[in-house]
Design a protein around this ligand. Structure first.
Ligand SMILES: Cc1cc2nc3c(=O)[nH]c(=O)nc-3n(C[C@H](O)[C@H](O)[C@H](O)COP(=O)(O)OP(=O)(O)OC[C@H]3O[C@@H](n4cnc5c(N)ncnc54)[C@H](O)[C@@H]3O)c2cc1C
Length: 234
């Protein structure tokens, strides 16, 4: 059954970094019940043939009031993200969802290995906050890449989470370069977590140029395709 497309009101807008913005819409017709890792589709009144459909992962776990927290970077010349950057509190959006299968494994019986590039961290942030709030944060390592130190999303929060939970390791990486250079920087950190050790549960999120080579590496290291969960943004 098709998900209901409904209007939503923008409650607030906050800049999280110089190039990443948070927008909080509240659906007007029906509360959106979602699982951490899922996304909503926005139908934006722009582009050659509107509406322009753009997917955004939900950044915070479900709240009693039902608002959604979306977080996005401004893509140079990106039609959708530029439109979102022009929105103000009180404006309306059309959205539907939730969608997606990038979800936490049902059984958290192995170490979680979470790897993200830039706003690819959004669904993983939602999962981590959900696990921490439910008192069930398992042994987990997060490698989060951003293009600069001041573009490391949720940096202070994740740093604090790691200080509170010895089971959670946070490894931020500020690197600006080609896809290949960024993947190489991550592989340096990934190899010791994967080789010669019992299997972990990998979740990878970001653009394809980042996610695909890392998934290929894990498969060469003996992981089955189904054991590597991925979310790709482009
Ligand atoms: C399941 C899913 C979840 C997503 N969740 C998020 C999210 O939580 N936050 C978010 O910022 N985006 C997310 N995206 C990407 C989002 O839907 C848009 O593609 C993005 O905002 C760019 O749209 P645009 O119209 O501005 O750019 P377009 O004109 O469509 O240009 C896109 C191009 O910009 C580059 N690019 C740079 N940064 C991004 C980026 N963040 N996402 C996609 N392409 C990028 C890519 O090379 C891509 O080819 C998600 C995409 C999917 C499929």
């Amino acid at each position: 059954m098709a998900e209901l497309t409904q209007p939503a009101t923008v409650l607030s807008i906050t800049d999280l970094t110089p190039h990443v913005r948070q927008l909080v819409p509240l659906a007007k017709t029906r509360k959106i019940l979602f699982q951490p890792g899922q996304w909503v589709s926005l139908q934006l009144p722009v582009g050659i043939k509107p509406p322009l459909n753009r997917a955004y992962s939900i950044a915070e776990p479900p709240s009693p009031a039902g608002q959604l927290t979306l977080v996005f970077d401004r893509v140079p010349n990106g039609i959708g993200s530029s439109y979102l950057y022009g929105l103000k509190p009180g404006d309306e959006l059309l959205l539907s969802g939730p969608y997606g299968n990038f979800l936490l494994p049902l059984s958290l019986d192995r170490e979680l290995l979470l790897v993200s590039r830039y706003t690819g961290l959004v669904p993983i942030h939602c999962m981590l906050k959900h696990l921490a709030a439910s008192g069930a944060l398992p042994q987990s390592t997060l490698i989060a890449v951003g293009p600069a130190g001041d573009e490391l999303l949720y940096h202070d929060e994740l740093f604090a989470l790691a200080a509170q939970h010895p089971s959670f390791r946070y490894t931020p990486v500020a690197v600006n370069g080609t896809d290949q250079e960024i993947v190489e920087a991550v592989l340096k950190l990934l190899r010791p977590l994967v080789t010669g050790r019992s299997k972990v549960m990998p979740l990878l999120s970001g653009v394809k140029g980042f996610v695909r080579p890392l998934r290929a590496y894990l498969m060469e290291a003996g992981y089955d395709r189904k054991e590597v969960k991925t979310e790709t943004y482009d």
